[in-house]
Design a protein around this ligand. Sequence first.
Ligand SMILES: [Zn+2]
Length: 46
Amino acid sequence: MAEYKCSNCGKIVTLDEIGLKAKCPHCSNRVLIKLRPKIVKKVQAR
Ligand SMILES: [Zn+2]
């Protein structure tokens, strides 16, 4: 599931919540920052 962060209220909204309106369901702001999916990278320190 793609997640976005509202640049105005800072809430995390999913693509489902945004729907076709392409705006924040909480404050109607249209600037949403796409978040990267949570991928845990294991980097070995040397
Ligand atoms: Zn918002």
